[in-house]
Design a protein around this ligand. Sequence first.
Ligand code: BTN
Length: 281
Amino acid sequence: MSRSIDQTSPITLSSDAIKQGLRTRWLGQPAIFSFDVVESTNTEANRLAQEGAPEGTLIVAEAQTKGRGRLGRTWVSPPGSGLYLSIILRPAHPADWLPRLTLTAGVAVASAIRQTGTTPQLKWPNDILIADRKVGGILTEAVFDRRRIDFALLGIGINVNTEQEELPVSIRNLATSLRLGLGKTVSRLHLLQALLYQFEQWYESLNTGNFAAILETWSEFDTTLGRVVEVFLPEKKVVGVAEALQSDGTLLVRDKRDHLHRIVAGDVVHCRLDLSSDLKA
Ligand code: BTN
């Protein structure tokens, strides 16, 4: 994108402002719903999708009162400083295809953020980091018809111009914003337009069977592979080295007994200490 993503654009994300200069072919083209405040853009997206809203419908809010993260967490969504959006998708795929969508969105978000002048890191499966602190996250939800996806809701949250004081004390040393990382204000509008453009491109790669290209780009941003990780699964915890991503996007973790665990979904914690000697013991 040739245009700068520095702050030069309108303060509010109205649907008219978003449409102007949007270079997508279908994403955001059926309709853009722009709200001052909602409980959660994913909740709005679900309502609209149940009513039949087509693929590419975009929901954006200035603030969320009940922003959701993965695993029942809260996504703090103060007004006017972050990007909070959901995209309705209707992929003709079985349920086990969904993790690919999250990784694809991560690549799109990272590619768009890179245009602001900083290269983010991707932490498997859904976190976007700057200098090891969380700046964005992806929440993929779906409704199924038997074992196939009826519709998917791709929720994306990015702390763009969020100030330290807007983040809860409990996460201040774990989270950041683009502005805090870059030391300058970033245009939410231009970042959103860049993100939509990137996602459309990568989603088309995904749909034409080129997930390998997405994984290759993921690895340019990856910060999980090669690390010692703790993976919290519903029934157990796995500790080991994150060894590789498989061709379907699942994570392979090798534990100290040399067992390989294939992680489809879970809460991954990067261990700060180098436990590799412990792992080899
Ligand atoms: C995570 O990191 O756990 C995912 C965070 C996803 C937050 C976004 S903000 C827009 C959309 N609406 C929500 O309620 N959540 C997602």
